[in-house]
Design a protein around this ligand. Structure first.
Ligand code: NDP
Ligand code: 8X3
Length: 255
């Protein structure tokens, strides 16, 4: 039987590249996201191999409807790539929009939780060798100004992944927290409210990770022998350098 991957956020960036990687290598793909035109384009690119289903991660009913709409030929589900998500806003606290905070929590946390629960019965049918790969971020570990709630949602993804692994012990299902760093996608355009120039500028003078790099990592994690579980995978481009915490000078303080 052909393995099946269910991808959230398959209309762009990491999810789209992962859909192409798996569809080109013998898997069936359930591609989800809100942008129907992009899902249709993926279906046209891989007829009979990619099945697109419109799904909004902020809407539990939409997730349930998407799972209910999976065609028989795309069951059971071998891999869930919980990837859809976003950052909104770049300002440090308190100059924030709490509506954006809510959207990040509803998408990156609640959407991922609900998708996991809704799909679990179909993943359990595969059991040993199945996997759930959750997209975290280096922002869960490396704090930066303006990362406030976005980084915190990814810290949630990290710890939830470890707890999920514990709860599912004995099912044979592998769980991974995939934690990329600086990567070129539409991420910065979304974060800046649609500023595609800012998106280009962010990556213009450096060599970021590309969506295909992440797709390669997802492929590796999902196709390892059944007994191997990658708990956490942190990936940075060579140009991104971890550094020690910042020291403020006395003059840097407000009072
Ligand atoms: P993109 O903006 O290119 O892709 C984001 C995807 O998430 C889109 O397919 C979008 O689909 C989907 N999405 C967003 N909101 C919703 C929603 N409410 N319902 C359904 N789908 C939604 O960014 P990336 O590919 O970079 O991001 C993928 C993941 O990787 C995210 O979780 C992000 O936080 C994480 N990440 C990104 C990094 C980077 O530097 N780029 C680094 C580390 C982690 P649609 O709009 O069609 O619904
Ligand atoms: C995206 C990486 O460092 O821009 O998750 O927040 S970062």
């Amino acid at each position: 039987m052909q393995p099946v991957i269910f991808i959230t956020g398959a209309t762009s960036g990491f999810g789209q590249a992962t859909a192409r990687k798996f569809a080109s290598n013998g898997w069936k793909v359930i591609a989800t996201g809100r942008r129907v035109d992009r899902l249709n384009a993926l279906e046209d690119e891989f007829p009979g191999i990619v099945h697109g289903i419109t799904m909004d991660l902020t809407d539990a009913a939409s997730i349930d409807a998407a799972v209910a709409a999976i065609p028989e030929g795309f069951k059971p589900v071998t891999c869930l790539f919980n990837n859809g998500g976003l950052a909104l806003g770049t300002q440090p606290i308190p100059d924030v929009d709490t509506g954006q905070w809510r959207t990040m929590v509803e998408t990156n946390v609640m959407g991922l939780l609900h998708t996991t629960l809704a799909l679990l019965p179909l993943i359990k049918q595969v059991g040993k060798g199945a996997s759930i790969i959750n997209t975290g971020s280096i922002a869960q570990r490396f704090a930066y100004a303006g990362g406030n709630v976005y980084g915190a949602t990814k810290a949630f993804v990290h710890q939830f992944s470890m707890n999920l692994r514990t709860d599912l012990a004995g099912t044979g299902i592998r769980i991974t927290s995939l934690e990329p760093g600086h990567a070129k996608s539409e991420f910065t355009a979304v974060r800046t409210g649609g500023d595609f120039d800012a998106n280009e500028k962010m990556y213009a003078d450096n060599d970021p990770l590309m969506p295909e790099d992440i797709a390669e990592a997802v492929w590796w994690v999902a196709t390892l022998p059944d007994h191997v579980n990658i708990n956490v995978m942190e990936i940075m481009p060579v140009c991104q350098v971890p550094s020690r915490p910042v020291i403020l000078k006395r003059d840097d303080f407000e009072n």
